[in-house]
Design a protein around this ligand. Structure first.
Ligand code: TXA
Ligand code: MG
Length: 327
């Protein structure tokens, strides 16, 4: 389903869900809202369907995808969770958390989802439409973020359309995503202790309150095919991004947080005038897209400092990636 298909905008109704399920059953690709970002879904048991995700996104074959299921019990049938993983599942599922653990031999998940790894990433999303889709499909749905590889994740159905129109069968339009940042990814060391792989919609503080100490981020490689360990330039707008700015310089666009400096740029947005990190997370990707569009994908976006706690860690992670040198 990659070139020249007629991408249908599906309504957030039983009819829309039924149409989405029939596409998935035929091995097609359907984007759907989760509380974090829109995912690009395919039947996770079908090698061919998941291969179509990689083609539609232009995603490197070495980058594994997250499998979405309806419940922690279904997740437990796919991966071997250590104690800390079961605790995390009980505390945060359904929700913006992904757990990475050794795949079970009888999972039935197409190996392509793991891209060669022995582990599988699994998530139980909370968004009502994602849950209705999973219930109606009655099977695991593989879904990376529904953007072209290397672009900012979509938080509105329109963002999905802008990038994947003609390359996928449909998108269920559920409006804006509440959290606005991708899920937190948690992995486990050989002894079962938890390690943060990607900061996201569940804060480190919340994880540690539930699990005790969580190992420092061993940031996973993302969509850009860089060498491991390099900061990938995923989430990159066309414009350059300048972080921790006190104010915009002449000609720069401005992305503020909290009270804005008096001399604002003509092209400016504010992630949260009141300095609320949840509001900032929810608006970040749409704001980056909007500023980039206003700048015609050139020039520079200056971004105010964001505090490094709570959701601020995930916001800063995405901003650092947006500002990283382009590969
Ligand atoms: O919020 C989210 O997580 C969204 C929604 C749709 O669920 N999905 C998402 O997927 O952000 P994606 O593919 O854009 O990012 C998933 C990340 C990638 O960096 C991938 O490398 C990593 O998860 N990942 C997937 N499977 C993995 C595994 N077995 N081990 C380590 N990292 C893995
Ligand atoms: Mg992504």
């Amino acid at each position: 389903m990659v070139a020249d298909c007629n991408t249908i905008r599906l309504s957030a109704t039983d009819r829309g869900i039924r149409a989405a399920v029939s596409f998935l059953r035929k091995g097609g690709l359907v984007a759907f809202p989760t509380e974090t970002v829109y995912g690009l879904g395919a039947d996770a048991r079908s090698e061919r369907a998941v291969a179509a995700i990689y083609r539609a996104k232009g995603r490197p074959a070495h980058n594994p995808v997250i499998v979405h299921v309806a419940s922690a019990a279904e997740a437990a049938a796919l991966i071997d969770l250590p104690d800390a993983g079961r605790k995390a599942a009980a505390a945060f599922w359904p929700g913006p958390l992904t757990l990475v653990a050794p795949v079970r031999g009888d999972s039935g998940i197409a190996p392509i989802c793991r891209a060669g790894a022995e582990t599988l990433a699994v998530r139980v999303p909370a968004h009502p439409l994602a849950r209705r889709l999973l219930a109606a499909f009655a099977g695991p749905i593989a879904a990376p973020s529904a953007n072209r590889s290397g672009q900012v994740s979509p938080t509105h159905a329109d963002h999905v359309m802008e990038e994947l129109l003609g390359r996928i069968d449909g998108v269920i339009d559920g409006g804006a995503c509440d959290v606005g940042l991708e899920s937190t990814i948690l992995g486990f060391d050989a002894d079962g202790s938890p390690r943060l792989l990607r900061p996201g919609g569940v804060s480190l503080e919340a994880l540690e309150a539930a699990l005790g100490p969580v190992g420092a981020a061993a940031i996973v490689e993302d969509e850009a095919p860089n060498a491991p360990g390099q900061l990938s330039s995923h989430y990159a707008p066309g414009a350059a991004v300048r972080l921790d700015a006190a104010a915009p310089e002449l000609g720069e666009a401005w992305l503020g947080f909290g009270p804005d400096p008096a001399r604002g740029s003509a092209i400016s947005l504010n992630l949260s005038p009141s300095g609320d990190l949840e509001e900032a997370a929810a608006t970040l990707f749409a704001a980056l897209r909007q500023l980039d569009e206003w700048l015609d994908r050139r020039g520079s976006i200056a971004v105010a400092s964001i505090p490094e706690h709570g959701l601020g860690r995930a916001i800063n992670d995405r901003l650092r990636r947006a500002a990283a040198p382009r590969g």
